[in-house]
Unconditional design. Sequence first.
Length: 437
Amino acid sequence: MPSAPAAQVEAGPPATAETSAPLKITLADAIQRAKKLSPTLAVALANVRTAADATVQARSANLPNVLGVSQYLYTEGNGTLTGRFIANNAVHEYVAQADVHQAVSAPLLFEYRRSALLEAVARDQATMAERGLLVTVIQAYATLYGADARLQTSTDTLSAARNFLNITKERQKNGDAAYADVLKARIQAADIESALDNAALTREQARVALALLIFTDVNQPFQLADDPSQVLTLPPLTEAQAQATRSNPQLDAAKKSEKAAQKGLNAARAAYLPTLSFDYYYGIDAPEFATYGYSYSSYEGLVRKRVKNLGYSTLASLSVPIFTWGSTRSKVRDAKSMEDVAKLDLSFARRQAVGDFDQYYAAAQTAQHDVAIRRQSLSDAIESRKLTLLQYRAGAATALEVVTAESAVDTESAALYDAISRFATAVANLATLTGKL
């Protein structure tokens, strides 16, 4: 089938002597550049890192921790070795110990599992943000591609309209055409000139919209290197369905969120269970800050004996929840409500996945067919305009037929590039479900 004129495909801002040659930007280049500059994607990736740190913290709460404890306690003496206050073991007491602490708690274990699931949800959300950015970039790229081509079409149409105006003036001079033909040609040329100005404005707006996504300098000169309808492909239905089943981050996130809500409910219920903790201390707790010290005994007179201060002790405790003023029950109710919401979200996500796939695939198929039709129609309209003008010069066509032929070119051009934009958007939307363009 005939393709769009080369001038339309390669349209772009002209390079000047004062500026460097414009960059040729492919669709893949635009996507990669946008990923580096997107604040939305940066936030999503930061959320992944935060969720990963939360998982590390939840895991550490279930593992043994080692603490270093150093204390110096002084109490007023009373003339004995023990001091005036019973809270301290001596007048001078030095404590320097390592504490290995382990807590065995069902809520902590469920919270760790919940954190791991929420980390996976954050990764799915980052994937959704990345694919959403892909849709935005492809839409902006296709819009600029169409604006470039329509600007070139309007330029060509204005040239043809001015040529037609000159021909009508010559024929009117020679008495072969009425003055009404000149008026029609003049009006047509004025309308097309106005349309060209609007096309130039639309093109500039589209250029800025894409430049904001892919450049740090919005005024960076660039040209598009790809026709979106040629570089984007629609996979076969069965292949796309298989990919969507395996790689739908929205559905995957809903499944993991529902599991995380279950773990949250389990953690809330586990607060009714006892908590066991174990501590192992090793170090010194003595009147001297030294590994060895002296003890005094009054047995058979005052005896000074060298003793080792270094040693260990252990402590095990079991905490049993008895009365919490209903706070635990309230937390269980809250967690159950969140689990119910997560189940509803999962049910909706499953239905939405089916509906979105059907909608996006059908839209892509329709637009793909429309692109093929409109591409041929634009080629026919351009040829018709040329032939009608030749017929008018020979007196075999009316001015109205020439005007109609010129209008048809603009109409078919707009229809073609609108179809290309719709096709590109539909394929990009489908890729949010399948993960592949």
